[in-house]
Design a protein around this ligand. Structure first.
Ligand SMILES: C[S@@+](CC[C@H](N)C(=O)[O-])C[C@H]1O[C@@H](n2cnc3c(N)ncnc32)[C@H](O)[C@@H]1O
Length: 371
């Protein structure tokens, strides 16, 4: 078995080396690398490894906490440090007002679940088509990064908050059997238009995905921060094969030109102070390890936590940039007249085309094996 796993490891290294010798040498040497390459006509991407502890290729048998219980035996066993929540990152919807107390068909459990899921988290469905049109997709470098980290073939994946399927396609088109889960029916309907028939879809929030099948990979693209932190990692571990990989990735789209950025900030200011989502656990932006890497490092279920950045630059028209803003939850929360005013003010200060920094921060971790 050891020989077999060594042979597999050698094959994986050789394959990765053939695909990108510079990147694999950087990986082995642990040297931070910034490899820029053209991936598509309009996007330039490269990979910057911010933190790269030793890669473990198989199942890690060492457990810092020495846990013995299966994660799905008791989902409440893990109690992560409560994140510093603000009204900005997790506004509570007034479900009582919206549904009316004692609404028929809504039982206590549903009510609690709906309360936990903020209105902002479920704001994307109303702009599902625009989301698919204006949001950037994910580059092949991301797929390579996840597969290199896995160090073994990944055959099945569960996606959390799949949206319109942008990250679903990245994995499904490269031989991974993906189950895409998404709580918003309108997003899921849009996803179905863009993925192959063999992609399984489940209409569910992460909190409602029941463990059963275990996957080689569980991933969330720009979606994990919307999930309930309570029991997040034991629930995640219950969905993964021992040694399976968890990946979370995403990042804001930022204007590269500081003067244009300032003009947009001033145009937006009467309506919105900021349009980004603050770190769910309050990790400061300058910290080496960002959320959710911080939570993963504290979790007893995961090991080998790694943070990388895929550097991505793009040029887009002012119209497409504002189209992108129209899919950002902070703007979606504004009343329609204010949102429209904000967009027309922003449009007026933009040049015809804008340079964009759209780096993708990737967090990877490996589920520990049972003892
Ligand atoms: C910013 S979108 C990202 C969509 C897609 N993953 C992408 O990268 O384009 C966030 C998605 O998370 C979903 N979402 C919100 N709350 C969730 C929850 N509790 N569990 C799973 N997904 C959730 C939203 O419906 C939305 O589709």
């Amino acid at each position: 078995m050891i020989t077999e796993s060594l042979a597999r490891r050698r094959t994986t290294i050789a394959f990765a080396f053939l695909r990108n010798p510079f990147r694999i040498l950087s990986f082995i040497a642990g040297i931070p690398s910034r490899v820029r390459q053209i991936s598509r006509a309009r996007f330039r991407t490269g990979q910057l490894i911010l933190r790269s502890p030793r890669t473990r290729w198989g199942c890690s048998h060492s457990s810092a906490s020495g846990h013995a219980a299966e994660p799905d035996a008791d989902w409440q066993t893990e109690r992560p440090r409560p994140p510093r929540l603000t009204s900005k990152n997790r506004p509570e919807p007034d479900v009582e007002a919206e549904l009316g107390a004692g609404s028929p068909g809504i039982d206590g459990a549903d009510r609690v679940r709906m309360l936990a899921m903020s209105r902002r988290a479920l704001s994307f469905g109303v702009v599902a088509e625009a989301y698919e049109r204006f949001r950037l997709g994910y580059p092949v470098e991301l797929f390579d990064l996840v597969m290199t980290y896995a160090g073994r073939p990944v055959r099945t994946a569960l996606e959390i908050g799949a949206g319109t399927g942008k990250a679903t396609r990245l994995f499904a088109q490269r031989g991974v059997t993906v189950t895409a889960t998404e709580p918003d029916g309108a997003m899921l309907a849009e996803l179905r238009k863009h993925v192959a028939a063999d992609v399984k879809t489940v209409h569910a929030a992460f909190e409602d995905v029941r463990p059963g099948e275990r996957y080689g990979l569980v991933y969330a693209a720009a979606a994990l921060h919307w999930t309930n932190p309570e029991g997040r990692w034991s629930r995640m571990a219950a969905l993964l094969e021992p040694g399976g990989v968890f990946a979370s990735f995403g990042g804001p789209l930022q204007l590269a030109d500081a003067a244009v950025e300032e003009a947009v900030r001033a145009a937006r200011a009467p309506f919105l102070e900021s349009d980004d989502v603050p770190s769910p656990d309050g990790t400061p932006p300058g910290h080496d390890m960002q959320w959710p890497g911080t939570e993963l490092q504290r979790s007893e279920w995961f090991a080998d936590v790694r943070q990388s950045v895929i550097v991505r630059r793009a040029t887009m028209s002012a119209h497409d940039y504002v189209g992108h803003l129209s899919t950002i939850s902070a703007y979606l929360e504004l009343p329609t007249p204010e949102r429209e005013q904000a967009f027309s003010r922003i449009m007026r200060v933009l040049p015809e085309t804008v340079e964009i920094a759209a780096d993708i921060t990737v967090h990877l971790a490996r589920r520990r094996c049972e003892q």
